[in-house]
Design a protein around this ligand. Structure first.
Ligand code: 13P
Ligand code: SF4
Length: 364
């Protein structure tokens, strides 16, 4: 892929960009001086993205400079995968972890998918292999195999249907099977089990971020902030989720904040990027520091995105074996089909993806 010439920006453009960034990032504690340092980088990223006709997608766990500085869309796994499927852009720059960029490639094989941090993995996606799924299939031949989107393309290829945190319950409900093998998140399997009569067989994967939120910590937060609403990700244990006002995915949490203007304080029992996003989107509310950092998500950095757009290294261009991609696509297409059917079902989860367009001005 061609190396792009470095654009230059005049003082007025840099000043305007500094103010734009500061207007958002100050909600997350950034100073104007820090924004001034980042302004040439965000401008260059936007300029190079425009030259490539690229869309920049950022998961809600990305740092504020990525979410408010360069992303065309921020969102959850479901919403961003829908954008990756439907976009007219020639290139998708995915600011998130590897399985998310792979999902974009599965859905849009003719587009160039750039992943700035190829080593940004995920403890869940690394907890199970395609061989292990094949062995489970022999053990449970009558079960439907459902995999969380936090899996490799090879694992998706071995399963019947994929789910995200936004639609897991609706998809499990919609399947005609009474026996479900749910992979690989042990806690999400527990949380699904609590809402269905179906038999849910789990696996031993955990999210290294969400497993840190023990019920003891959640109880202590509740006691310290009795008026705050607690929103917990479905990757937390059932005991922690049981203490929350909402259990869902990141998109469900964004929606909850939007739909409860009367609530002033929130505790987000999830990765810190979401608190930053919500501080920028809802500056009049308070988000109490209950979050934890995902070391994988935080591998994606502004300078890395810029380097990738200037001249991507081969491993930053997502490629998948076509036979794996095609079979993984079946799992994702089944998810979209069942999600569409289940959107009118009244379940604790929204069954709807989160995809917020960011009003990023085009580069000068
Ligand atoms: P969401 O789909 O809820 O955004 O979650 C992705 C994820 O990795 C949570 O840890
Ligand atoms: Fe994976 Fe957990 Fe990080 Fe999400 S927060 S990417 S599930 S390790």
């Amino acid at each position: 892929m061609a190396h792009m010439d470095e654009p230059t920006f005049d003082a007025a453009a840099l000043e305007a960009e500094t103010e734009r960034l500061f207007g958002k990032l100050r909600e997350c504690g950034w100073s104007r001086a820090e924004c001034a340092l980042y302004a040439p980088l965000t401008l260059e990223v936007r300029e190079l993205a425009a030259r490539r006709n690229a869309v920049i997608l950022a998961h809600s766990y990305m740092t504020p400079d990525l979410q408010a500085g360069i992303a065309d869309y921020t969102g959850d796994s479901l919403g961003l995968s829908e954008i990756a499927r439907d976009t007219d852009a020639d290139t998708i720059v995915f600011c998130g972890v590897r399985f998310m960029a792979e999902t974009a490639k599965i859905l849009s094989p003719d587009k160039t998918v750039l992943h700035p941090a190829p080593d940004a993995g995920c403890s869940l996606s690394e907890s199970i292999t395609a061989e292990q799924v094949r062995a489970l299939r022999e053990r449970y031949p009558d079960a439907a195999f459902v995999c969380y989107v936090n899996t490799s393309a090879a694992v998706k290829a071995e399963c019947d249907v994929c789910v995200t945190s936004a639609n897991a319950l609706a998809v499990v409900d919609a399947l005609e099977h009474d026996r479900i093998v749910f992979l690989p998140d042990r806690y999400m399997a527990e949380n699904i089990r609590a809402h269905t009569d179906k038999e849910i067989i789990g696996w031993d994967g955990v999210c290294i971020v969400h497993e840190q939120f023990t019920p003891e910590r959640a109880r202590a937060w509740r006691a310290a902030h009795p008026d705050a609403h607690m929103l917990a990700h479905m990757e937390c244990t059932a005991a922690t989720v049981g203490l929350a006002d909402l259990a869902g995915g990141t998109g469900d949490m964004v929606r909850y904040v939007r739909e409860h203007p009367e609530v002033q304080e929130f505790m987000l029992v999830t990765e810190c990027g979401l608190s930053d996003r919500l501080r920028m989107e809802f500056p009049d509310r308070r988000f109490i520091g209950t979050c934890a950092l995902c070391p994988h998500m935080k591998r994606v950095e502004l300078r890395g995105v810029l380097a990738c757009l200037r001249a991507p290294r081969p491993e930053q261009i997502v490629e998948l074996p076509e036979s794996v991609r095609r079979r993984a696509l079946r799992s994702l297409e089944r998810m979209f089909e069942l999600t569409r059917r289940g959107r009118d079902a009244s379940r604790p989860l929204s069954n709807t993806g989160d995809r917020s367009a960011q009003p990023v001005p085009s580069a000068p």
